[in-house]
Structure formats: structure tokens, C-alpha cells
Design a protein. Structure first.
Length: 156
């Protein structure tokens, strides 16, 4: 999915270059090829994204099943006097939901690092050294608001 997402700029650049050529000198077969490439690109993006989401939610279901099974077996092994009113049921519903809601994000952590590198390279290709400016602005947005506030207060 990562590769297909980043083929879009190259395809758009090829389309723009094709449209820059005067109409009388354009090869119509190249135009039809670009139309077909665009259709195939978006078709494959849809297929791969659907497959990725299916596998991600399959993983979420497996993690949820494992956690509920572990909590259930631990509850059965515990002495009845140590269990407070419905504590295991609360753990099963609230904590399992909290853990499983974060599972899809773990898979995207490695992809985010790769995307940053690819995006930097693409920006450097198009803009030259100026690519540092958008990355500087984005990097500045990662600072916690408390740090921004303390900086602001020290200036005033």
C-alpha cells in the first residue's frame, strides 16, 4: 500500500508532462496508457487497502480473544473471596476494549517512519533544499503545548 500511495506523484507528473506537449505532437496511445495506469493504480489501492483493513481487524479479533481468555482463566483460578463485585467483568469490557483499540496503531508505527523518509525524498526532488521548511514546521507541531506556552510566557 505504501508503494502504491507514493506512485501517485510520479503518475501525476507523467500526466502533466504529457499534457504540456502540444496536442498535435502528443501520442494518443501514451495518453490512453496514462488513463489505464491511473485506473489500475486506484483499483489496486482499493483492493490492497481493503485487504489491509481485513487483516488488521482479524488481528484485533485475535488479540481480543486472547485477552478475554486470559482474564477468564485468571478469574477462574482466583479465590472467590478475593474478587470484588464484578471486577473481572469490568476488566474484560473496559480494559480489553482499550487495548484492542490501540492494536491497529501499532502496525502503522513502522510505516510512518518509512513514509517520513519517502516524503522527505519526494519533497527534496521537487523543491530542492527548501524541503527543510515544511519538515521544520511539522516538527515544531510535535512539541507539547506546555512547552509552547512556557516559551510564549518567557517572551512576554
Amino acid at each position: 500500500m505504501l508503494v502504491l500511495s507514493y506512485t501517485q506523484p510520479f503518475l501525476f507528473q507523467a500526466i502533466i508532462n504529457h499534457l504540456d506537449i502540444p496536442r498535435s505532437k502528443r501520442d494518443p496511445n501514451k495518453g490512453y496508457g496514462l488513463i489505464a495506469a491511473t485506473g489500475l493504480l486506484y483499483l489496486f489501492l482499493v483492493i490492497i487497502k481493503t485487504y489491509y483493513q481485513h487483516k488488521t481487524y482479524q488481528l484485533v479479533t485475535k488479540v481480543r480473544g486472547c485477552l478475554v481468555s486470559l482474564l477468564y482463566s485468571k478469574t477462574l483460578q482466583s479465590a472467590p473471596s478475593t474478587l470484588s463485585n464484578r471486577a473481572p467483568v469490568t476488566l474484560m469490557s473496559v480494559d480489553v476494549d482499550g487495548v484492542t483499540s490501540a492494536v491497529p496503531l501499532y502496525n502503522e508505527i513502522w510505516a510512518s517512519a518509512a513514509e517520513i523518509g519517502i516524503a522527505a525524498w519526494l519533497l527534496e526532488r521537487q523543491l530542492g533544499v527548501v524541503w527543510i521548511v515544511p519538515f521544520g514546521v511539522a516538527f515544531r507541531m510535535f512539541f507539547p503545548p506546555a512547552m509552547i506556552r512556557s516559551t510564549h510566557l518567557s517572551i512576554c
